[in-house]
Write a protein of this length. Structure first.
Length: 455
């Protein structure tokens, strides 16, 4: 069962990021700390009243000149940008929170977005979907409390006054979100390797996908995916069935506004959640961007395996050191994904594309690899001898034994005298020792620690 996705929609400066940060900062969200991760989070898991859902922050979304100027909304050159933002939210989210603010009242931009939201809703089983909640931010002033009623004019139902800055009304808003979330659909059993191509728009995902399918010429049949408006494709590679998860909206060609590009994480989040392995496609002709890091971070957060595919390598001027230097810069930019293999290809010409699926299969094998308990403890013993655990307040961590408790992804459980003594640096040291012995190429591994008495 996948988690529902909740998306904020609204013009800039209404407080979307502030509200997101309040939810996360108050530890409502469940967030894992990953060593070496310095990226900002756009998607976080939220737990409220026994319900878990993913919340996407689009605070950085900017639509140029679409603010308080009445004439701006009539400009045809801005309408496609608003439509693209709204369409992405409607197409991917299970619930939309449309945010406005009380201090500015209803602006032309608010009216336009509200109209687009209503038009682009679908009717499924007699209900309009996704449901929309109207949140009116900056409602902390008692002098403006009666002004909330004017927001009924947007035609989106009851407005929920909140103060993202002070927290007023945020609990009521969360209650309403949980109440209106649809039941998560059950996913059909599919034991095939599930592979998805993700990355920023226009990095060459579509070309790579077409090249993979064209070369293998083994499409069995298109099937309806569990993600709305997506189509999965079955591919047979040397007798191994692969389910290619479509990321339809992320791979359309053409110029995409920078703000709308940031909003494409909605599609990435949905696709990554369903996959086993993600092909993270990077454009070799452009500098690494924060968006690349966002998508890479979602792969890590979801414990998915990864292969980094550097596309358009044929368009780069090279000497004997170019590939090494590029790889080093890539490793520096994505330190939290340092276990992923890197392939340099040209989807347009087909250069090295034949290496992609063999690498995927190798990573899939590593993802499902199991190490015996005897091997785990031998590696643990060598690690403890090479570098004993540090002390904390005069007390030393003792790791009694360990074992691999599951695969896909690999998880190791260690019995210790006090799990509070496990520092993340020593945890990282143990992970590196395991990888040195058994690789787990392209695959995240998780180390868990549980208290147990020494007798």
């Amino acid at each position: 069962m996948r988690k529902p996705l909740v998306a904020f929609v609204g013009r800039p400066n209404v407080g979307k990021s502030t509200l997101f940060n309040r939810f996360v900062g108050d530890r409502i969200a469940v967030v894992d700390n990953v060593a070496g991760t310095t990226r900002d989070r756009i998607v976080s898991e939220v737990f409220w009243n026994g319900v878990t859902f993913d919340l996407v922050d689009t605070g950085g979304l900017e639509i140029p000149n679409l603010n308080e100027k009445p004439l701006a909304i009539n400009s045809a050159r801005f309408v496609p940008e608003i439509q693209a933002q709204t369409s992405l939210a409607i197409g991917e989210a299970d619930l939309v929170v449309f945010m406005t603010d009380l201090q500015n009242g209803i602006t032309p931009a608010d009216t336009e977005v509200a109209e687009l939201l209503r038009k682009q809703q679908r009717v499924e089983d007699g209900e309009r979907t996704p449901p929309i909640i109207l949140a009116v931010n900056k409602s902390e002033s008692p002098n403006l409390s009666n002004d909330v009623y004017e927001f009924y004019a947007l035609g989106l139902g009851d407005p929920y006054p909140v103060s993202a800055l002070h927290g007023d009304g945020t609990g009521d808003l969360l209650d309403k979100i949980v109440e209106m979330l649809p039941d998560a659909p059950e996913e059909t059993e599919d034991e095939n390797l599930k592979l998805v191509l993700v990355g920023r728009p226009n990095v060459g995902k579509s070309s790579l996908l077409n090249k993979l399918l064209g070369e293998d010429r083994a499409i069995v049949s298109p099937i309806a995916g569990t993600t709305r408006d997506a189509i999965d494709t079955y591919l047979d590679y040397d007798g191994e069935p692969i389910t290619l998860i479509d990321t339809a909206g992320m791979r359309k060609r053409g110029k995409i506004d920078a703000g709308v590009e940031k909003y494409s994480v909605l599609r990435a989040a949905r696709a990554i959640e369903r996959c086993d392995i993600a092909l993270l496609v990077i454009d070799a002709t452009e500098p690494f961007t924060l968006q690349d890091a966002h998508i890479a971070g979602m792969i890590v957060d979801n414990m998915k395996s990864a292969v980094i595919v550097v596309n358009k390598w044929d368009a780069v001027e090279k000497d004997t050191h170019t590939m090494h230097e590029f790889t080093q810069n890539l490793r520096d930019a994505f330190k939290f994904l340092d276990y992923a293999p890197v392939l340099f290809i040209s989807a347009l010409s087909g250069q090295r594309v034949q290496n992609v699926l063999p690498t995927v299969m190798e990573v899939f094998e590593e993802r499902n690899k199991r190490i015996s308990t005897a091997q785990v403890n031998r590696t643990l013993r060598d690690a403890l001898n090479a570098h004993p655990p540090p002390t904390k307040k005069g007390k030393r961590l003792k790791i009694l034994y360990g074992s691999q408790v599951r695969t896909s992804p690999p998880i190791f459980l260690f019995s210790v005298n006090d799990e509070q003594l496990v520092h993340f640096t020593y945890k990282r040291f143990l992970e590196n020792r395991i990888r040195r012995e058994y690789a787990f190429t392209g695959t995240p591994i998780r180390l868990s620690f549980r208290n147990r008495s020494e007798d």
